[in-house]
Design a protein around this ligand. Structure first.
Ligand code: NOJ
Ligand code: CA
Length: 728
């Protein structure tokens, strides 16, 4: 058994480009000397520090097994945790390990996304590449230490003697403490990522806890107990952590399974055989597993680690045609107000005359797109939700939807139709039609497509082979990861932007493939239409789902009660249906939840009742140059200020859970000595998410900013506020 150990601290990291070759360059005496040094200086786990020296990564081999650990400012983030992968043919690359070589490098640069939350993103890290061998197979574990976290990945290069690179298991651990608090949704469960968040001790992550406290999923017995990522953790030592993966390409997605004593272990979604996790041919490059580390909840929201762990687009690919925008839709009247149908009927939503009226309204108010759902053949009352209905057509329109006329009508008014492809999870049918469908959209000047994958069974993506035999895949296994990527790649060929519902989670690939412009991937507003998210879900999202990237939440519903009919044509209002929000909060969400495609989800007739608040939706940008988190506490409240990409103006949004609050907002993010015009949409003292959700007031004033300028704002229970700040 060999015990290897490399101590590379920040003082000697300038020389870290040297390669160490244990076999050739290190004499036994030198190794012994290092061990003596380490024990004397008691720096046993300190291997690589972050550029600001606050985060320390330790890596060591003990009895042939690889371990890492992470500290920040001498507080433990991740205790000693195992690494390793099991390949097919029982090739265990976690045992009998010997370090062959260690090389290090560093990077300190910045880059500018074409659109996003920041003008410039700093990319500053130290890199440690450890080459290992167990005598049968050579591989590398690569670490990166940033100021805001640590990432690692496995690389098994192509090598002689190995014929099979299939992954059977991954052993990566994240060893936290039992009483650290986690905010999580269950993996391997019927509704993909569309769940409310549970808050519990790490060891409690289970379908049992979820069923007892959040929603009954106990009958969903197929999968294991594990949480999806990003998984948010507040440690008892005060550190805030988010564990997630970056650059998920041609791999299966990762969940985190509790192993007791605060330990989490990676569990990958398997293929339908239940055994193979990842099928690969020549080499293994795992996605990055990363741990975002912050001193407080606001810092957690400022990280760009996920984007830094991805690459710029291929330089031969032009994505300059990808543009952020705002859209309305023939949508809420099906999913929210329940007055129309997706399928042809007396109450069909996508009728030419009605869509034309929407185009008039949306173009008059300068929206870029109009989503139309239920335009294509294949919709019928029982279309939902087991992936085995009549397949949708993506090229044939219903007879009462005149796509020729409507697309032209829109383009003449500077607005394009947004296409909709609900696949029902019938992947082969979609892939067979995809290219024709994209060509057709090109013909009609359509630039955006909303895709959808409603199939509410855990493991039910049906794949038919040549003999008609069916295998059933998980929604987030390698097959689907590759499908989502295929859609993005083919769409890019046709210059189409994709916004996916029921997607694969965001792992930062939007940097490389900007046409994957947004996605759902959590419980969005739609659930408030046909059921309810409760009043406390909106403040969970910024600290959980939104850490991974933009969300198509679809905010901006103004008619918050008495909005839903019992059924199309009934004329009877469902008095129990309410949206647990306030109008001021609905406005705030445009700033708090980042998405380069934002929807104004409500109906024109509801917007007409509140013209001033609607002006905010029209004015709020979808592309930003800067962001400041003014206050926050996970799942309780958050206030975010963002600077418009194209002006010196700022917008601020703040939201609270069911508690009312009074915020004293520090305005020092504005330029001191300059004058600004403020317009604030806020709850009134008698506003309440349940009792009185639609009352708001507008405050307007000019202010010359001093060092200590601040403003006080009251937020009602379940409410929020939105601010427009114009530099004058
Ligand atoms: C679920 C999506 O999230 C929703 O937005 C869409 O309207 C329905 N599926 C139908 O495709
Ligand atoms: Ca959905």
């Amino acid at each position: 058994m060999i015990k290897g150990f490399f101590k590379l601290n920040s003082t000697n990291s300038a020389n870290l480009n040297d390669d160490y070759n244990q076999k050739n360059n290190f004499s036994i005496i030198y190794l012994l000397l290092i061990f003596i040094l380490i024990s004397c200086t008691n720096t046993s786990n300190k291997i690589l520090t972050s550029p600001d020296n606050k985060i320390e990564l330790g890596f060591e081999i003990i009895d042939g097994e690889a371990f890492y650990s992470i500290n920040k400012d001498d507080k433990s983030v991740i205790k000693k945790s195992k690494l390793g992968i099991l390949l097919e043919n029982k090739l265990n690359i976690g045992k009998n390990l010997e370090i062959i070589k260690v090389s290090t490098s560093s990077k300190n640069s910045s880059w500018s996304p074409d659109f996003g939350e920041f003008d410039e993103i700093i990319d500053n890290y130290k890199n440690l590449d450890v080459s290992l061998s167990n005598g049968e197979i050579n591989f590398n574990i690569v670490f990166r230490v940033y100021n805001d976290g640590v990432a690692f990945k496995y690389h098994v290069p192509n090598q002689s003697g190995i014929t099979n690179y299939n992954v059977i298991d991954e052993y990566s651990e994240f060893n936290l403490n039992s009483d650290d608090t986690a905010w999580w949704i269950p993996g391997f469960s019927y509704r993909r990522y569309e769940f409310l968040y549970a808050e519990s001790a790490i060891d409690k992550i289970s379908k049992k806890f979820f069923s007892e406290n959040i929603e009954d999923i106990s009958y969903d017995t197929l999968g294991i107990d594990a949480a999806h990522t990003p998984l948010t953790i507040k440690k008892t030592n005060g550190l805030h952590v988010s564990i997630h993966e970056a650059k998920l390409i041609n791999y299966s997605s990762m969940t985190l399974a509790p192993r007791g004593d605060g330990k989490l272990e990676v569990e990958l979604y398997p293929w339908s055989d239940g055994i193979t996790k990842v099928k690969l041919e020549k080499e293994i490059i795992s996605p990055w597993r990363y741990i975002q580390i912050a001193d407080n909840s606001s810092e957690l929201l400022m990280s760009n680690l996920i984007l830094n762990l991805n690459d710029d687009p291929n330089e031969n690919k032009d994505f300059s045609w990808v543009k952020p925008g705002k859209y309305m839709g023939v949508w809420w009247e099906m999913i929210g107000t329940n007055e129309s149908t997706w399928w042809e009927s007396k109450y069909h939503g996508a009728k030419t005359e009605k869509v034309k009226n929407y185009l008039d309204f949306a173009s008059k108010h300068n929206f870029d797109g109009l989503l139309v759902e239920g335009w294509n053949k294949g919709w019928y009352p029982d279309w939902c939700c087991r992936g085995d209905g009549i397949p949708f057509s993506f090229t044939e329109t219903f007879d009462d939807f005149d796509i020729d006329f409507l697309s032209n009508y829109g383009l003449e008014r500077n607005i394009s139709l947004i296409g909709h492809h609900e696949t029902g999870g019938q992947i082969q049918s979609y892939e067979n039609q995809m290219e024709d469908a994209f060509k057709m959209y090109n013909k009609y000047g359509i630039k955006n497509i909303k895709t959808g994958y409603v199939n509410d069974v855990s493991k039910n993506i049906k794949i038919y082979d040549e003999n008609g035999e069916i295998s059933k895949e998980w929604h987030h296994g390698q097959y689907m990861v590759n499908h989502f990527q295929k859609v993005i790649d083919v769409a890019a060929k046709y210059k189409l932007m994709i916004k996916t519902h029921e997607p694969i989670k965001d792992t930062g690939l939007r940097r490389t493939f900007p046409n994957f412009i947004s996605r759902e991937g959590a419980k969005g507003q739609e659930f408030n239409g046909f059921s309810s998210n409760g009043v406390n879900h909106a403040t969970d999202l910024p600290f959980t789902r939104l850490l991974s990237g933009p969300m198509d939440y679809t905010p901006g519903v103004f008619q918050l009660n008495n909005f839903r009919y019992t059924e199309p044509g009934s004329g009877i209002i469902d008095k129990d249906a309410i949206i647990p929000s306030t109008i001021a909060k609905e406005l705030a969400l445009y700033v708090v939840y980042y998405s380069p495609m934002q929807m104004a989800a409500d109906l024109p007739r509801h917007y007409k009742k509140h013209p001033e608040a609607f002006e905010f939706i029209k004015a709020v940008p979808v592309d930003w140059s800067d962001k400041v988190v003014l206050n926050s506490e996970i799942s309780q409240y958050v206030t975010i200020a963002r600077k418009d990409k194209n002006s010196e103006n700022w917008f601020v949004g703040g939201i609270t859970d069911e508690k009312d609050r009074t915020f004293e907002l520090d305005l020092s993010f504005l330029d001191v000595g300059h004058n600004y015009k403020f317009k604030i949409f806020k709850d009134k003292t008698n506003t309440h998410w349940k009792e009185n959700p639609m009352e708001y007031e507008i405050d307007q004033f000019d202010l010359k900013i001093k060092n200590d300028s601040s403003t006080e704002i009251y937020i009602a229970p379940g409410g929020g506020f939105a601010m427009q700040i114009e530099k004058i």
